[in-house]
Design a protein around this ligand. Sequence first.
Ligand code: ZN
Length: 514
Amino acid sequence: MRLAGAVTIVPEVSDDPLLAELKERLAEVDDLGGVGGLLAWDQQTCMPPAGAATRAAQRATVHKLAHELFTHDRVGELLEQLVPLEESLPYDSDEAGMLRVTRRAYDKARRVPASLAAEMSHASSEAHEAWVEAREASDFARFRPHLERGLELRQRYIDCFPPSDNPYDILLDDYEEGMTAAEATAVFDELKTTLVPLIDAVVDRADSVDDSFLHGSFPRERQEWLVEEVLQTFGFDRSSWRLDTVVHPFALSLGPGDVRITTRFHEDYLPTALFGAMHECGHGLYEAGIDPRLARTGIGHATSLSIHESQSRMWENLVGRSRPFWQRFFPDLARSFPDTFGGMDAEAFYRGINKVQPSLIRIEADEATYNLHIVLRFELEQDVTAGRLAVADLPEAWNQKMRDYLGIEVPDDAHGVLQDVHWSFGFGYFPTYSLGNVIAGQLWERIRVDIPDIDERIGRAELGELREWLREHIHQHGAKYTMRELLERVVGTGLDPQPYASYLKAKLTDIYGL
Ligand code: ZN
C-alpha cells in the first residue's frame, strides 16, 4: 500500500501481513471519506441548488459504503488478531496509535446499522438545503420538519449505545471523544465566574470604545486583497490550498496537499470576511500540518473538534485581534480603505475590533460574549435531546435565553435560531467551540514561555515560528493522541479555563481601563 514518507515506519512492523491488510482497508475507508468530503465541499461552494436531491443520495451511498467497509467482520477479526502486536509496540508509535484509534472507532461504529448511518447522512443533506432556504426567508417553519426528523434519527442513534445518565453525552462523544455534558458544564461554569462580571464591567463603559468604523462601505475586491495578504502571512499556500465563498464558512482537508477553506463577504461590515477567513485558515493550518505519513491510515485527521477550534480561535483572536498584528497590518488596511481608515491609527482599530458588546450573531461575537452564545446553544441542545423542549418551541426558547444571557431582543429567526448550519448535521458540536477557546488559552500560555518574543514576531508578521510550534506539538500527530493526551503532553494538565479567563481579563482591563 502507498504511504507517503513511509521510510519512518519501522520495517518489521510494516511487514506484518495482518497489519498490511488492515491498513489497506483503512486506506480505502479514508479514500471514501475524502470523496464524501469533496461532495460536501462542492455542495456548499459550487453545486446548483437543483442538484440537492441527487447529491443527498450520492453522499448517503458513499457514507454507507465507507461504513460497511469499516464495520466489516474482517476488521474486527484483524483487530483481535493484532492485539499481541499492539501490546508489543511503543504507545507513541504510529501503528499503536492507528490500532488504538481504529479499535475505538470500530467498537462505536459497529453499534450503528449501515442503514441508519445512510439515513442520517441523507437527512443531513436535505436538512442543509432546507436550512439555507429557511434562513434566507427567516422562516423556522421550513426547517422545523427537518430538525424533527434529525432529532428522531438521533434518538435511534442514541438507542444503539448502552444507556447513559445523560443521552446527550452520546452525541457529544462524536465530536469530542470522552467528554460529558457534566464536565463541559463545569468548565463553562468556571469560565462564567470570570466572564459575567467582566462583561458587566465592560458594558458599563461601552462608550469608551468606538467600533462604528467597522460598518461602512468595503468593496469586495479590496477585501479580497486584504484577506489574501493576511492569509499568506498566516501560511496559506496557493499550491495546496483553496479559498472559496459560501453561506456558512467551513474548512476541510481532502488529504495531504489539498486544504479547502471558505469565507463570506459583507460589503457593509468588514470583520465578517477578514476574521472569518483567519478562523478558517487556523483550521486549515491544523489539517495541513498533519504528518503526510499518517494519510490513509485512519489517524491522518484531526483528533477532536475542540483541538480544531483551539487552532482556529487562536489564529483569529490571539493572533488576528492582537495589538502587534494590527501595528503591522493597519497601514495595509488604511491603504485598502482610505476613506474609512485614512485618518485613524492602529490603536483605535485594535480597540474597535475588540469591543465587547452583546450581539445577535455568534460568529460575529466578541471574544467574551462568544462563550455565552455557546452556553445558550449547549443548554437548548440538551433540553431538546432529553425531550424537555419541543423542536417547535425552539425559537421562543432561543429568544428568551438571548434576553436572559445577553439582554437583547431577537428580531427574527434568521438572526436567532436559524443563524447556524450545525443543527442540520445534528447536536453536540457547539460545546467544542468554547472548549476550543479554553484550550487555545492553555496553549498560548505555553507558547509565551517557548517563544518569549512572540509579540515582536507577530508585529513583524513573522509567524513561521508559531506555525512550527503548533505543527510540532499539535498538528503533526493527527488523531494519534486524544485531546486529553495532547494537553497532558504539551501543558501537563487537563482542561483548565483559567489561562483563557486571565488572558481575556488582562486584554479587556487594558482596553477599557478597568
Ligand atoms: Zn471553527
